[in-house]
Design a protein around this ligand. Structure first.
Ligand code: GZL
Length: 339
C-alpha cells in the first residue's frame, strides 16, 4: 500500500518529537531499562539466556533460576530459552544489552563463538555471570564469574568407580569393552566428562573404548546411538552415558534388544546428572552408578550478585558440591530429591 508523502512526513515528525520530548523529560535513553514496568524499576534486572530444555537437569536448573530471581526476592527476570541454538543465545544477550539489564546470566551451549557478544556486554558495562557450561575466550575479563561443576572430576570419578567395580570381577588382562554416549559436541560438560574418564581409562591397557559418539544429551539421540552400538558391537561390557536422559533412551533400546544392565545385568551402566528418576534406577539396580551434576546453581549466582551489588570482589571460578551415587548411598538423598 503506497503511503502518501504527507503521511510519511507526519510520521517522521512525530518520531522526532517523541525523541525530543523523552530527552527533555530527563529520561536518559542510554541508561533507561526498557521493558521494565515503572513500579519494578527498583528491582535488580537479570537477563538469563538458558540454552534449552533438552533434559531433566536443564529443567531443574531453570526452575532454580525462576524460584531465586523472583519479584518477591527483589528481581525482575528476563528469561530466554534458546532451544539449543547458539545464535538464539547471542540474540538474547544482545537484547539484554539493549534493554540495559543489570546482570546477564547464561549457560553457553558450546564453548566457542562468544567473544564478540561478550565484548559488547563489557562495553555496555553489564557484568556477565556464566553458569553450568563455560566459554573458551582468550580474555577472561569478558565475564565476571563462572559457576558450575568440575566436569573433568566427574569423568574421573566415573573411571575410579569402574576401577573398583572391575576389581575382583575381571582379571587385569580381561578385555573390557566400553561404549560412550557423549553429550552435546563442544560443550564443557561433554569435554570434561570425556577427558576425565579417558584419563583413568589410559591407566588400564585392557579397557577398550569401542566408540564415543555424540548423542546430544537427549533421550531420543541416546536411543538411536545405542541401537547403532548394538548393531555394530557383539560384546559390550560397559556403557558410559554422559547424562541421565541419554541413559533413559539407551535403556529403552537395550530392553527392546533383550539386554539387561546394572547390578544383576549383562552390562555395567554408568550415568551422569543424578536426577531423581535416574536415582530410582540406581536404587533398583538398573543403573550401577550415577555421578551427580548439581543443577541448583541460582542461590550461588545470587550470592555472587549480592557481593557485586555491595562492591565486593568475587571469585572468577566457583565449583558446586557433588556426590557419586550407588545403591550404597542413594537412599540417603532419594526422598528429599527435588529434581
Ligand atoms: C551439565 C549440563 C548438562 C547436563 C545435561 O552441567 O550442562 O547439560 O549433564 C544437560 O543433562 O543437558
Amino acid at each position: 500500500m503506497k503511503v502518501s508523502r504527507k503521511k510519511y512526513c507526519l510520521a517522521v515528525l512525530f518520531m522526532i518529537a517523541t525523541l525530543l520530548f523523552t530527552a527533555c523529560n530527563g529520561t536518559d535513553l542510554q541508561n533507561q531499562k526498557t521493558n521494565v514496568p515503572h513500579e519494578d524499576e527498583n528491582l535488580i534486572v537479570i537477563g538469563v539466556s538458558q540454552l534449552g530444555s533438552e533434559s531433566m537437569w536443564r529443567t531443574a536448573n531453570t526452575n532454580s533460576l525462576r524460584e531465586t530471581f523472583s519479584r518477591d526476592n527483589g528481581y525482575f527476570l528476563l528469561f530466554d530459552n534458546a532451544r539449543q541454538k547458539q545464535e538464539n543465545q547471542i540474540k538474547a544477550i544482545r537484547s539484554f544489552i539493549s534493554q540495559r539489564v543489570d546482570y546477564i546470566v547464561f549457560s553457553p551451549i558450546v564453548e566457542d563463538g562468544w567473544d564478540t557478544v561478550l565484548e559488547e556486554a563489557k562495553e555496555a558495562g553489564i557484568p556477565v555471570i556464566i553458569m553450568d557450561r563455560n566459554v573458551n575466550v582468550d580474555d577472561d575479563s569478558l565475564y565476571t564469574a563462572w559457576i558450575g561443576s568440575n566436569f573433568e572430576k566427574e569423568g574421573e570419578d566415573a573411571g575410579r568407580w569402574l576401577e573398583d567395580e572391575l576389581r575382583g570381577k575381571k582379571f587385569s588382562d580381561d578385555q573390557v569393552n566400553i561404549v560412550v554416549l557423549q553429550g552435546t559436541a563442544n560443550s564443557t560438560a561433554m569435554i570434561g566428562r570425556t577427558e576425565g574418564f579417558n584419563k583413568i581409562a589410559a591407566e588400564h591397557d585392557n579397557w577398550n573404548i569401542l566408540a564415543c559418539e555424540d548423542a546430544d544429551f537427549t533421550t531420543a539421540k541416546g536411543k538411536e546411538v545405542m541401537q547403532e552400538y548394538i548393531d555394530r558391537y557383539a560384546d559390550i561390557d560397559v556403557i558410559v552415558s554422559q547424562n541421565d536422559d541419554m541413559t533413559f533412551g539407551a535403556l529403552e533400546t537395550l530392553s527392546e534388544n533383550g539386554m539387561t544392565t546394572g547390578t544383576g545385568g549383562d552390562i555395567t551402566l554408568i550415568s551422569f546428572d543424578g536426577t531423581k528418576t535416574a536415582l530410582e534406577k540406581v536404587k533398583s539396580g538398573v543403573i550401577n552408578v550415577d555421578v551427580e551434576c548439581n543443577p541448583i546453581l541460582a542461590p550461588d549466582i545470587e550470592s555472587i550478585i549480592s557481593k557485586l551489588e555491595n562492591g565486593q570482589s568475587v571469585d572468577k571460578i566457583n565449583y558446586v558440591e557433588e556426590k557419586v551415587f550407588t545403591q550404597k548411598n542413594v537412599l540417603s538423598v532419594l526422598d528429599d530429591r527435588k529434581y
